[in-house]
Design a protein around this ligand. Structure first.
Ligand SMILES: NC(=O)c1ccc[n+]([C@@H]2O[C@H](COP(=O)([O-])OP(=O)(O)OC[C@H]3O[C@@H](n4cnc5c(N)ncnc54)[C@H](OP(=O)(O)O)[C@@H]3O)[C@@H](O)[C@H]2O)c1
Length: 306
């Protein structure tokens, strides 16, 4: 099991920290001594996660803050409050996400829900937090992608899937977007000479709420878990599944622009390793174009002061 090196004196921000890999990452970072911000859209769920972590690590410094990734005004409020407090951020885990609502749904800003939550929200929050990240010594931004990214396509003429919505196609696009974003941020950091590391990770197939949460959106009668459909695939618990993200964010051996995931069969389970970037994510010009489209959609750019 990967052991997070000491994080004493560090501030780590984890999106979607009330559940699954986000909660486990917050727990392990807190256990390693970090000051952890649980950035969640539902503060009651965030408080329950905080209590569970605090019960195990009573000395931990944990804070719950509201962040709805599918609402750009919420992203702005969250980031503005952090910037106001002016505490450097050492680690940002872009983790929160939603998978495959059965019908096309929109964020409050009118974007397809998965593209908005998984990608645009993280794009906007990262750029808005850059002044605090760059104020830290050797900060890291680790962005959660998925093996689904390998099947994704950035459909620039229908990014919001208005013409044609398929749940997993839209999810795969959003996760490919996450991977391209992590890579382009790594490039920008290099070009600008920032001491900032950006990498991407995926958790293979990890047992979390992800497979029920999205599938039940908009349903009046709950659907049985997608785990039933996927029961023949190897799966792992959240302790193991969170490791690639923790490794990318905290290992002294993690590198800028890298992609980490499980090394086991089909990349679904196992110890963390450097994984190959899928073919569809090997297009820096697509990453650069997506970045510029995201700037237009969110109205967020790298702050001029940087
Ligand atoms: N589990 C896997 O096998 C797997 C595979 C590939 C990639 N991933 C990725 O791993 C990440 C974590 O997912 P998980 O597996 O840990 O699932 P999870 O247990 O469902 O956790 C997802 C988290 O994202 C939060 N979230 C959803 N919409 C949000 C929004 N609009 N604003 C803020 N937070 C929001 C959820 O909050 P609520 O509790 O309020 O809904 C929850 O805390 C996701 O990015 C997912 O795509 C997971």
């Amino acid at each position: 099991m990967y052991r997070v090196p000491t994080q004493h004196g560090k501030l780590c921000v984890v999106t979607g920290a009330n559940s699954g890999t986000g909660k486990e990452a917050a727990r392990r970072l807190a256990g390693a001594g970090a000051n952890v911000v649980l950035a969640v859209r539902n503060v009651d769920k965030g408080a329950a996660a905080l209590e569970a972590i605090a019960a195990q690590f009573p000395a931990a410094t944990l804070t719950v803050r509201e962040l709805d990734l599918a609402d750009l005004a919420s992203v702005e409020r969250f980031a503005a409050a952090m910037v106001e407090e002016n505490v450097p951020i050492d680690v940002l885990l872009n983790n929160g996400g939603v998978m495959a609502p059965p019908t096309r749904m929109e964020s409050v800003d009118g974007f397809e829900l998965q593209f908005a939550t998984n990608f645009l929200g993280h794009f906007a929050v990262t750029l808005r937090l850059l002044p605090l990240l760059l104020a830290a010594a050797g900060p890291t931004v680790t962005t959660m992608s998925s093996s689904a990214a390998a099947y994704g396509r950035i459909t620039f003429d229908d990014l919001q899937r208005q013409r044609h919505y398929r749940p997993f196609t839209a999810y795969a696009q959003s996760k490919l977007a996450d991977l391209l974003f992590a890579q382009h941020l790594a490039l920008v950091a290099n070009e600008r000479g920032w001491d900032l590391m950006s990498n991407a990770t995926h958790p293979g197939y990890t047992r979390t709420n992800l497979f029920d949460a999205g599938a039940n959106l908009g349903r009046t009668r709950p659907k049985r878990s997608l785990f039933g459909d996927l029961r023949y695939l190897p799966a792992q618990g959240v302790e193991q599944g969170t490791e690639p993200m923790l490794y990318g964010a905290t290992s002294p051996d993690a590198t800028n622009g890298a992609y980490y995931g499980p090394r086991g069969p089909l990349g679904l389970t196992g110890a963390t390793t450097l994984v190959a970037t899928p073919r569809r994510a090997r297009h820096p010009e697509v990453a650069a174009r997506l970045w510029s489209v995201a700037e237009g959609l969110t109205g967020v750019t790298i702050p001029a002061s940087i």
